[in-house]
Ligand binder design. Structure first.
Ligand SMILES: C[S@@+](CC[C@H](N)C(=O)[O-])C[C@H]1O[C@@H](n2cnc3c(N)ncnc32)[C@H](O)[C@@H]1O
Length: 427
């Protein structure tokens, strides 16, 4: 049966957990290039694989409008499907570019050997120019800063652009370990006790892992004839993309989690080192659903959303604004999805609900409503609920402050124990 707007709330109450979508102990996260770089709330590749295999055809172009670190694009390529993705975050663009390109292993190894030679010549004195940025000095001690500058300088000299991106991705993934950033935290927080890792050792370990998985990836693409499959990542806003009208067979995506975290802040180490961020405040505004974007108006297109915002407003005006921005932004994204999808195409959205200061923020129900308002159809059985055994998202909130915390705190409460996969068809 197809869902209607008036049935959404009741329907969601009846959905039970579907174990076919659980993927506990999934190894796919480290296969091929999937494990090149940490990224908050990234997809489990097996989940995308199942959607591609069950819901798409060989000739479908697959899109992801919140591509993140490129899980959808990479899985599409591994399945021989063309794909296109956008993300507003330049760090996401960099990681995705690195992950969707497989390299000739010998060529890659030769470049790595030349970097190792440079490392062996390091004596701490001959760095051309040390990066100047007060935030870099805040996160890194002077020895690690000098070593990272040295690596960075040599990576920038690599002639082949794609190989350069491969090593920039490797370097980016060691920034956290080599800085004062609290290792157990996704959010920016100094750990005064931390002994940061040595950049040369961390870089070598990271590259060795990437070289090994590149080999698997390269052989898979070559043996299946998928090495020339088109796979395109663009740094764009999901609300206004350059993807052609009626060109996409399926969208597989996971939007940001509302009131969860600021992607702009989380990726600041790479942002500062690679000059992606001039002004952090301006950078934050580009992301969907942040407190920093948009206007003061709290009304939205969603009745479900409006009720939640009304309750939130009584407890926390800032959170109410964030949710209103989120709903309005997602409305625009769904219009954009409609534009790029072929008639009969599918959109598969993975989204979790959360609770903020005891107010339930039912993002999955809001998004279902927005899809129906934009003339998508959704079968009841295509709203799937899954447990989240592995996913890098914050899950514990303090009940009083709404801030993320640890389970030890007596006020703690789990907020993303499960999520929904909503599959809608373009009428
Ligand atoms: C939940 S993550 C997606 C993770 C992705 N599924 C993966 O496997 O890596 C949400 C993404 O939305 C992106 N985002 C936020 N605002 C955006 C916007 N206005 N346009 C495009 N992407 C945006 C963030 O940068 C983040 O990468």
């Amino acid at each position: 049966m197809s869902l209607t707007v008036d049935k959404i709330n009741d329907h969601f109450k009846t959905i039970s957990l579907n174990d076919e979508w659980r993927f506990e102990n999934s190894r796919s996260t480290y296969q091929y290039s999937h494990g090149y770089h940490r990224y908050p709330a990234k997809f489990i590749p097996d989940l995308v694989k199942k959607i591609i295999e069950e819901r798409t055809d060989e000739n479908d172009v697959i899109a992801d409008l919140f591509a993140g670190c490129g899980t959808t694009l990479l899985e599409a390529k591994l399945h021989g499907r063309k794909s296109v993705g956008v993300d507003i975050n330049p760090v996401a663009e960099l990681i995705t570019k690195a992950k969707i390109t497989a390299h000739n292993p010998t060529r890659l190894k030769n470049v790595y050997d030349s970097i190792l030679t440079k490392i062996s010549l390091y004596d701490g004195t001959h760095i051309e120019e040390l990066k100047k940025h007060d935030r870099i000095d805040y996160w890194f001690d002077s020895e690690n800063k000098a070593k990272i500058s040295y690596l960075f300088e040599h990576i920038l000299d690599i002639e082949n652009k794609n190989i350069r991106i491969f090593f920039l991705c490797a370097l980016s993934n060691i920034f956290k370990n080599c800085s004062r950033w609290l290792q157990s935290s996704t959010k920016p927080q100094i750990d005064p006790e931390k002994i940061p890792q040595d950049p040369f050792q961390a870089f070598s370990k990271q590259v060795k892992f990437m070289l090994k998985t590149n080999d698997e990836f390269y052989s898979h693409l070559k043996s299946n004839g998928f090495d020339r499959i088109r796979c395109d990542i663009r740094m764009e806003d999901a609300r206004r993309t350059s993807i052609r009208t009626n060109s996409v067979g399926a969208i597989i995506t996971s939007p940001p989690y509302v009131t969860s975290y600021e992607y702009a802040d989380i990726h600041q180490l790479t942002g500062y080192w690679y000059d992606f961020i001039d002004d952090l405040l301006d950078f934050r505004k580009r992301f969907i659903g942040t407190f920093y974007s948009r206007n003061e108006d709290l009304s939205t297109q969603s009745e479900i959303g409006d009720k939640i915002i009304k309750k939130l407003k009584k407890k926390d005006l800032r959170a109410a604004r964030e949710v209103a921005n989120y709903v309005n932004d997602m409305y625009d994204v769904i219009i954009e999805m409609k534009r790029i999808l072929k008639p009969g195409g599918h959109v598969c959205i993975v989204i979790g609900n959360t609770t903020f200061k005891d107010v339930k923020i039912l993002s999955s129900e809001i998004i279902t409503e927005l899809l129906l308002l934009n003339d998508f159809s959704i079968k009841e059985e295509d709203t799937i609920k899954r447990a989240i055994p592995v996913k890098q998202i914050p899950t514990i909130r303090d009940k009083k402050t709404g801030r993320f915390t640890t389970l030890e705190s007596k006020n703690s409460k789990r907020v993303y124990p499960e999520e929904y996969i909503i599959i809608a068809s373009n009428n």
